[in-house]
Ligand binder design. Structure first.
Ligand SMILES: Cc1ncc(COP(=O)(O)O)c(C=O)c1O
Length: 380
């Protein structure tokens, strides 16, 4: 028998939909957050050169010194904060980084506070650390942005951690600097660990992003190259640790991960050192796709009730058409458009489908045309 922990781990619906959608030809994929742009050429060149040079051995479990320096410089350049390389541990993707943060800060039975809706995998990470999930409800009327007062009603001295995410998946909401500062203050008052997932940083098109590191050193910050550099399959992320937790996190990383792939670290370093000026064009594309979808959603009568400001997702309220799983099935089977049913992202997303507009503008237009045609046949 698989363990209770394994049995209780729920599937990731977006990956399930991807599996089913991949069995069909001509599907427009809006179910996963897979950026359509290529990684920076310098990253590919550096990774290939490293591999050819025989750079294929284990590295330190913390990551190579030069990559950690590049990440430290990224924090100084982007947010004006001093994050010594000693606090950074490189991981194979930001997902293992989140597991390290949970395993090193949550005791069995302790509470971890998530937003509702939240990234689908978060509750499973809490469960893997034998923690207990509590949620703070977000309201589309507030743009799904969290408020400090809503957290104050849930977080107390018994809370182990609050897991923040901005720009957020699945809503695209961006948390303001004032709110982050207020949440850090609440965490300090209640001795709660802040874990901030900043994997969509660089992809806010309508709002200013802030790292939680601007307000405290006493936090875990997760990030990586998947989203910002279009390098999802490279599997490279990192965790910035609170000074008190660096050695504990590294002990778990040494045992469970050994290290991130060496030549991938060389490629990631080149991507990070290359800066993000070219992302201006990507952000413009994302804003255009978002606007195309907002316009279409209004025509379809799928009330959004808010405007996503970052990442590359939005939530379409399809409750008028029926159950979100059924609507996702109809979209896939009859229109060849794959989207993820909202319930995977928490009770607050039950009525929604999550659409990712990381796919090309051409694909977004094609998906809109197909849904236009589908809805025209079902409503006449
Ligand atoms: C909010 C959030 N965090 C983390 C991840 C995982 O990213 P990575 O590829 O770095 O493991 C994702 C992937 O979709 C995500 O949406």
């Amino acid at each position: 028998m698989p363990s209770e922990r394994a049995t209780d781990t729920t599937p990731f619906a977006a990956m399930d939909v991807l599996e089913r959608a991949s069995e069909r030809d001509g599907v427009v994929h809006m179910e996963v957050g897979e950026p359509d742009f290529r990684p920076p050429e310098a990253a590919t060149e550096a990774a290939v050169a490293a591999l050819r040079a025989g750079d294929d051995d284990y590295t330190s479990s913390r990551g190579t010194a030069s990559l950690r320096d590049a990440i430290s410089e990224h924090y100084a350049d982007t947010y004006g904060v001093d994050v010594p390389a000693e606090r950074i541990i490189v991981t194979p993707g930001s997902s293992p980084a989140l597991l390290l943060a949970m395993l090193s800060s949550v005791e069995p039975g302790e509470e971890v506070v998530l937003t509702n809706p939240h990234y689908a995998c978060y509750p499973n990470f809490v469960r893997l650390a034998d923690g207990r999930v509590s949620t703070v409800d977000l309201d589309p009327e507030d743009g799904f942005e969290p408020s400090v007062s809503a957290y104050e009603a849930v977080v107390d001295d018994d809370t182990a951690a609050m897991l923040l995410n901005s720009p957020a998946n699945p809503t695209g909401a961006v948390t303001s600097g004032d709110t982050l500062a207020g949440l850090v203050d609440l965490a300090e008052r209640t001795d709660t660990t802040v874990v901030s997932d900043e994997v969509y940083h660089g992809l806010a098109f309508d709002a200013e992003e802030h790292s939680v590191l601007e307000y405290t050193d006493d936090a875990f910050v997760l990030d990586g190259v998947s989203k910002r550099y279009g390098m999802t399959g490279w599997r490279l992320g990192w965790v910035v640790c609170p000074p008190s937790h660096v050695e504990a996190v590294n002990r778990i990383a040494q045992n469970a991960l050994i290290c991130a792939p060496s030549f991938v670290q060389a490629g990631a370093e080149a991507a990070i050192r290359g800066g993000t000026d070219w992302l201006d064009d990507v952000r413009e594309d994302y804003a255009e796709r978002r606007d195309l979808l907002l316009e279409a959603a209004e025509r379809w009568g799928f009330d959004l009730g808010y405007t996503p400001e970052g990442a590359y997702y939005l939530l379409l309220d399809v409750s008028e058409l029926g159950d979100a799983f059924d609507v996702a099935d109809v979209f896939l089977e009859d229109a060849g458009v794959a989207m993820t049913p909202g319930p995977d992202f928490g009770e607050g997303a039950t009525d929604y489908l999550r659409a990712s507009f990381a796919t090309s503008t051409e694909d977004v237009r094609e998906a809109i045309e197909r849904i236009d045609a589908l809805l025209a046949t079902t409503t006449t």
